[in-house]
Design a protein around this ligand. Structure first.
Ligand code: NAI
Ligand code: MG
Length: 499
């Protein structure tokens, strides 16, 4: 690792970054890409290069899928539920003891502020622990039938097979975990395609899987670009299921690609979530709730509450308070422990987000704060100042499309029916928020929201026992919760004629 790419000295630079090119993890071994090529990786706080990664392409995907297929039929297939549980728990322990390093990799690679680590720890470890518990309970059913004779029928649930996981860059440790843990719980195997902007922590997690005693080939990690490595994985006839998290456009692409082999598919896509604040809300919670529903992780969160509907009687005052808070947030190098808002992941993302900011201004929205690239002493990094738009019409691009940056559209409303209708009139359906002290109103609105999650008097809360997933253009299938493993299992009906 090149120390100057950090700019802020760190006590614990990740040993994983040793200055060499990171390789692919296939069949339990580190291997170079078949082409021998690599691609660069950047620290978004500085714009400077970090260790490059192997440029995985179709041939590498083929090797990884072959390894995953062999592993599916090898010693892994003999692992009893309890052994899979033990492996998951051992992995959780290893992640805990290497937690700072994993967080530091995400901090350097995609700009997650180092101060966020402690917040993610319980959900991250809990995901492995929850899946470990679920590994013991993959029962089938005995089913009374009405056919003649004496035929006994029952079901068994079996691993779907080789899973292709394709993940984005906005939370690499998390996104990788949401694919790895269910695969291990169900006895599937995985080829994980890391996002090209943030490859390190998925690779390191793959290495920890080996350390946890999970056989080689069960978890393979490929780095490389979406249109080559990702597309090859989605198209591969030897892959039984794709679990994708990312943009709608790529999700649609994958639907088409996977149609050719009819493999199973789950999609966790984008959003344009409504966060609704009523005049009776507890202001001491709602102001920070409205701000951090969007500014956390610099707005690079699929469920960001980016359409902030505020009841008209408090609109001016409330949005002013959110803007004051926004202005007080400390934007900085992600390695600085005082940083609250880090950079966007890449120059491309910076251009995309500033493009939206310009479009908002052109369409006539006004700015309460932010609205530009944030440079200060941070030139070189990809920072955007926390932004709040007012005078937003529902038809504006900034109110309809996922910006995936630290930008709020503040919109006044007058009554419940109106705000529910406007909140739901989006192509997306991932999440929504409601802030009110009226319990009845909270329940009634929660029932009416067309989204996979509804947070009342809180936002962005996740737990392994509670499902998270979308509807409409936000995708299908959910991660977390009692039913999450269904997408990784086939049901087989067995009929036994006992006559
Ligand atoms: P993306 O959806 O293209 O990338 C996500 C993953 O898919 C990456 O691993 C990528 O390599 C892979 N991929 C790309 N094209 C593929 C293909 N044809 N076949 C198979 N895999 C493919 O998202 P990208 O380009 O990184 O970000 C663009 C925008 O998408 C963001 O500005 C944001 O609005 C949105 N996005 C939303 C996310 C969410 O969780 N809602 C996550 C990431 C991006
Ligand atoms: Mg990077």
């Amino acid at each position: 690792m090149n120390a100057s790419s950090l700019r802020i000295p760190v006590d614990n630079p990740p040993a994983f970054l040793d200055g060499g090119a990171k390789q692919l993890l296939i069949d339990g071994k580190w291997v170079a890409a078949a082409s021998g090529r690599t691609f660069p990786s950047y620290n978004p706080s500085t714009g400077l290069e970090l260790d490059p990664c192997a440029l995985g392409e179709e041939e590498d995907v083929n090797r990884a899928v072959a390894a995953a297929r062999r592993a599916l039929e090898g010693p892994w297939s003999q692992f009893k539920p309890r052994q899979r549980q033990t492996a998951l728990l051992k992995l959780a322990q290893l992640i805990e003891s290497n937690f700072d390093e994993l967080c530091m990799l995400d901090t350097l690679d995609m700009g997650m502020p180092v101060s966020f680590g402690p917040y993610m720890k319980p959900v991250l470890l809990g995901t492995y622990e929850y899946c470990a518990a679920q590994a013991l309970g993959l029962e089938g059913e005995t089913l009374p039938n009405s056919v003649g004779g004496d035929i006994f029928s029952f079901t068994v649930r079996e691993p779907v097979g080789v899973v292709g996981g394709i993940i984005p860059w906005n939370g690499p440790v998390f996104n990788a975990t949401w694919k790895i843990a269910p695969v291990l719980a169900t006895g599937c195997t995985l080829v994980l395609k890391a996002a090209e902007q943030a490859s390190y922590s998925p690779l390191r997690l793959g290495e920890l899987c080996l350390e946890a005693g999970i056989p080689p080939g069960v978890i393979n990690v490929i780095t490389g670009y979406g249109e080559s490595a990702g597309a090859a994985l989605a198209a591969h006839p030897g892959v039984d299921k794709i679990a994708f998290t990312g943009s709608c456009t790529t999700g649609q692409h994958i639907v088409q690609t996977t149609a050719r082999t009819l493999k199973r598919l789950t999609l966790e896509l984008g959003g344009k979530s409504a966060n609704i604040v009523f005049a009776d809300a507890d202001r001491s919670k709602a102001v920070a709730g409205a701000a951090m529903a969007v500014f956390a992780n610099s707005g690079q969160v699929c469920c960001a509450g980016s359409r902030l509907f505020v009841e008209r009687s408090i609109f001016e005052e409330f949005t002013h308070e959110v803007a004051q808070l926004a202005k007080s947030l400390r934007v900085g190098n992600s390695l600085d422990p005082a940083t609250q808002i880090g950079p966007l992941v890449s120059e491309e993302q910076l251009n995309r987000v500033t493009g939206y900011l310009a479009a908002g201004k052109e369409e006539g929205a006004s700015l309460l704060c932010g609205g530009t690239r944030f440079e200060g002493n941070l030139a070189g990094g990809y920072f955007v100042a926390p932004t709040i738009f007012s005078d937003v019409r529902d038809s504006m691009r900034i109110a309809r499309e996922e910006i995936f940056g630290p930008a709020i559209c503040a919109i006044p409303f007058d009554d419940v029916d109106e705000v529910v209708r406007r909140a739901n009139s989006t192509e997306f359906g991932l999440a929504s928020g409601v802030w009110t002290t009226d319990v009845g109103k909270a329940h009634r609105i929660a029932r009416r929201m067309q989204s996979g999650s509804v947070w009342v008097n809180c936002y962005n809360v996740l737990d392994p026992a509670v499902p998270f997933g979308g509807r409409k253009m936000s995708g299908y299938g959910s991660e977390g919760g009692r039913h999450q493993l269904d997408a990784y299992l086939n049901i087989k009906a067995v009929w036994i004629n006992t006559d």
